[in-house]
Each structure stands twice: as structure tokens, then as C-alpha cells.
Unconditional design. Structure first.
Length: 152
């Protein structure tokens, strides 16, 4: 379900205690429907409390900017920031196909966390090459298949 118009988003975001977090990551989807699943593209929206800014990372040339702005507008009041957060369309590596957007979202989020923790200071473009994304997709597929074979 999309955190957009027509639903009470507090039910979903209040338990997350957003005001207590310095960084918050949101996966953004381009599905406009409130009542049905779907969409064709994913991107990453990060809220940085220190900068009081939403940063949008889209591997498909800002395709999801409208959806990201809408999500930022809707969750903004739950952040309890002193001022209205800014919105920045940030640079990130661009996908070379029509199907790796989800892998880019995961990889960008991981790299931003590594940067925040001081584990690396590489730029996203330096860290996330097309070859890296191919290897990441393969490792995620292997992980999913292995988890699917586990017995509980």
C-alpha cells in the first residue's frame, strides 16, 4: 500500500518512531493506486535529520521524482522536524537496463549506510558500477533461493 493520498499514513509510520532516527530510508514506487499493487520503477528516498533534507536517488534519470516528492510531503509531519525539510534530487549511478532498479535501491542504501558508518568514503558512482550491480543481483538471487530451501 502506498503512503499517499486517501489513507491514514500515521497507522504505518507512527510505530517507526521517526523522530528518534538520524537517517530514514524509504523505497519509492511509481504506482499511483492506493488500493492495488503495481508500478514499474523503484527509487530510494533518504531523510537526513542533521541536514533536515530528503535526498532522492533514482537510477532512472529522476523518473520517480514526483512519487518521491509526494512521499516526502506525506511523511514529513511525522518526522517532527523544526522546519520543513528540503528536497534534493541527488546524483547516483544510472541503470543500463529496465529491470535493475530494485538492486540499485538496495545497493545505494547499503553504500549510504557504509558512508555514514565511516566504512568507506567512495562516491556512489565509484562504488556501484554496472558490474557490481550484476554481481549483487546474482548474490541476491542465490540468497533468496537458499532461504527458500531452508526448513523451519
Amino acid at each position: 500500500m502506498k503512503l499517499g493520498q486517501g489513507i491514514e499514513i500515521g497507522i504505518f509510520v507512527e510505530p517507526l518512531d521517526l523522530p528518534s532516527h538520524q537517517l530514514v530510508f524509504f523505497a519509492v514506487n511509481d504506482n499511483d493506486s492506493v488500493h492495488s499493487a503495481g508500478g514499474s520503477h523503484w527509487s530510494l528516498l533518504q531523510y537526513n535529520r542533521q541536514a533536515n533534507s530528503f535526498q532522492h536517488f533514482d537510477s532512472s534519470r529522476s523518473y520517480n521524482t514526483s512519487a518521491a516528492r509526494s512521499l516526502a510531503r506525506n511523511v514529513g509531519p511525522f518526522l517532527q522536524a523544526k522546519e520543513k525539510p528540503s528536497f534534493v534530487e541527488d546524483r547516483c549511478p544510472q541503470q543500463q537496463n529496465s529491470y535493475d532498479c530494485g538492486v540499485y535501491v538496495i545497493s545505494i542504501a547499503e553504500e549510504l549506510c557504509n558512508n555514514c558508518l565511516g566504512n568507506t568514503e567512495k562516491s556512489l558512482s565509484d562504488s556501484l558500477s554496472a558490474d557490481y550491480i550484476r554481481r549483487k543481483r546474482k548474490s541476491l538471487k542465490t540468497l533468496i533461493l537458499e532461504l527458500g530451501q531452508m526448513k523451519t
